[in-house]
Design a protein around this ligand. Structure first.
Ligand code: SIN
Length: 304
């Protein structure tokens, strides 16, 4: 038996395979597809303090090798999440990592303080990188804002903190360093890459919000490069990788590059049982490297 457990500072997971925010709802609709306790964890859809209706449709469009979305953080707000979704999520026998977005630093802190009163949560993931709402991406492209939000949340709440970063930056290492300086237990690399789709016959953008965020296989090499850079340059900061993971080979590439855990995102839309299948396949891939545990292979990329 392989040891699949991983530790990301204060966050301990039974295995490194999580499902990504925005691709798994609040889990109810996924019940038929996989046994939840098999997962390393669930990250439900981002919640905001107040309910949000999200952006104008169309809000998704399939491209050649990825999905563009401009959902706009459609959700029922923090209090409905706590009353309606959290009790169910916490009954599922797996780690639950609440994902939050504030419209400013103070709102992040208020939400984190409230969530801190639910110690059964495994962690909070800070969405400082949504490209689809006014101001959303501004936090995660600015090292000063990133550090300040993470530091404030760390002081406001006792739960482990993961900062979800944006790939829409020139220097991901600087942002990761800022998250580490603020006290993040880990970073999630990455949110979606800004993109666009056009209907040339109508001379119109396809998305109602004009631009959106690209996810899926198209962004995997970009994210792999960022995981590699952050793992080398900020070695004390554990990484959760998300970006185009669709097979056990993808999982292994990210672990070897330096991720301690991964999230399955876009692939959930066409194979909702995938994360469970990957957990089952992980032991065999570790054996192929002569490893008995996940931690043995994290960041073992050979450059020479
Ligand atoms: C959205 O709701 O617009 C997607 C979430 C995100 O990109 O952070």
């Amino acid at each position: 038996m392989s040891n699949l457990s991983v530790e990301l500072n204060r966050l301990r997971l039974a295995n490194p395979i999580l499902v990504a925010s925005g691709t798994f709802g609040y889990a109810r609709e996924m019940e038929a597809f996989l046994p939840f306790p098999q997962l390393g964890g669930i990250v439900p859809k981002t919640i905001t303090q107040a309910p949000r209706r999200g952006n104008k449709p169309p809000r998704t469009v399939e491209t050649a090798s990825g999905l563009l979305n401009s959902i706009g953080l459609d959700n029922d707000g923090l209090e409905v999440f706590l009353a309606k979704h959290l009790p169910y999520l916490l009954s599922l026998g797996t780690a639950v990592i609440a994902n939050i977005a504030g419209h400013d630093r103070e709102e992040f802190l208020r939400m984190a303080e409230r969530l801190g009163t639910f110690p059964a949560l495994a962690a909070i993931e800070l969405n400082i990188s949504c490209p689809n709402v006014a101001g959303g991406i501004d936090f995660g492209v600015d090292p000063v804002k990133t550090e300040s939000i993470v530091r404030g949340v760390r002081a406001a709440c006792g739960l482990p903190i993961i900062a979800k970063l944006s790939p829409n930056v020139t220097d991901i290492v600087a942002i990761a360093q800022a998250a580490a300086a603020g006290g993040a237990d880990a970073v999630t690399l990455t949110n979606t890459l800004q993109g666009m789709a056009i209907d040339w016959r109508r001379r119109r953008p396809i998305l109602g919000n004009v631009v959106g965020g690209l996810s899926g296989p198209a962004i995997k090499p970009v994210v792999l490069r960022m995981v590699h850079q952050v793992a080398r340059r900020v070695p004390q900061l554990p990484i959760v990788a998300v970006g185009g993971i669709a097979s056990i080979d993808d999982v292994m590439e990210f672990l070897v590059a330096g991720a301690s855990a991964v999230q399955i995102g876009t692939a959930n839309f066409y194979n909702p049982g995938l994360a469970g299948q990957l957990v089952e396949q992980l032991g065999e891939s570790l054996r192929q490297l002569g490893a008995q545990s996940v931690t043995e292979i994290v960041g073992t990329l050979q450059l020479a």
